[in-house]
Ligand binder design. Sequence first.
Ligand code: COA
Length: 168
Amino acid sequence: MEIAIRSWRLEDAADLAVALNNKRVQDNLRDGIPYPYEKSHAEDFIRSMLSADGNKVWAWAITADDRAIGSIGVFRKENIHSRTGEMGYYVSEPYWGRGIGTAAVRAACKYIFGNTDIIRIFAEPFAHNRASCRILEKAGFSFEGTMRKNAVKNGEVLDMKLYALVRD
Ligand SMILES: CC(C)(COP(=O)(O)OP(=O)(O)OC[C@H]1O[C@@H](n2cnc3c(N)ncnc32)[C@H](O)[C@@H]1OP(=O)(O)O)[C@@H](O)C(=O)NCCC(=O)NCCS
């Protein structure tokens, strides 16, 4: 199985919908993503990524043998944080635990530091999201602290962990 990250294609919509139409994935993400998540939602998302400002949004499909099995993106922040990018990602559940998330995070960071002026990439997993914290650690991110009671998700008040990777 060849794992890669590549630009989105509209034909990825059906595969993306399969990956994201999963509560165990969505429970670890921010609110605002439709559930159930249908192909039309995936098409809207892909279109918005393809038309986004290429100097502010870098979004990729995570692929296995060229089929989308996940998503990863880095989003430039604003104002004094304009050289900081926030990273978000997910992998379709049947593919968890095979090193794919770690490989995708590494590849995305390599691209960002090699091709943009971003000097800091951060991610903010829920504190209980051990897999996400682990892949950030494996990809070389530093743990910068716990943001206490930083979110309400599914009616529960949650701590989040701040991880960052800075350009050498
Ligand atoms: C987080 C996510 C991207 C990880 O992807 P993945 O491809 O399974 O990650 P990897 O296989 O590269 O690595 C997972 C690591 O977490 C570890 N892990 C998984 N579940 C764990 C748990 N419950 N407790 C502790 N460690 C755990 C694995 O053992 C592995 O570490 P290891 O290589 O040291 O053994 C995937 O689980 C996912 O999409 N989750 C839902 C969405 C999400 O959480 N996105 C991130 C939001 S911040």
